[in-house]
Design a protein around this ligand. Structure first.
Ligand code: ZN
Length: 69
């Protein structure tokens, strides 16, 4: 078991797509992901939102850039 690992690129895309519309589930184990919005650094101009997610069940984490609304 790759506990505490990371997600593949495809899994990250799945999570990012789900986050746009609402809550995301872990693509590995199906648990609901905990998430936290990362505040952009001062002076950063690009229009993106960075969200850090953690699966409480399998302990995988990811930091994802999500297009802002
Ligand atoms: Zn999981």
């Amino acid at each position: 078991v790759n506990a505490g690992g990371s997600y593949t690129a495809e899994q990250r895309r799945t999570i990012a797509a789900a986050l746009v519309t609402g809550d995301a589930a872990c693509p590995v184990c199906g648990a609901e992901l905990a998430r936290q919005t990362v505040e952009p650094a001062p002076g950063v101009a690009y229009v993106r939102k960075r969200i850090w997610v953690l699966c409480p069940a399998c302990r995988r984490t990811a930091s994802l850039d999500v297009k802002a609304e």
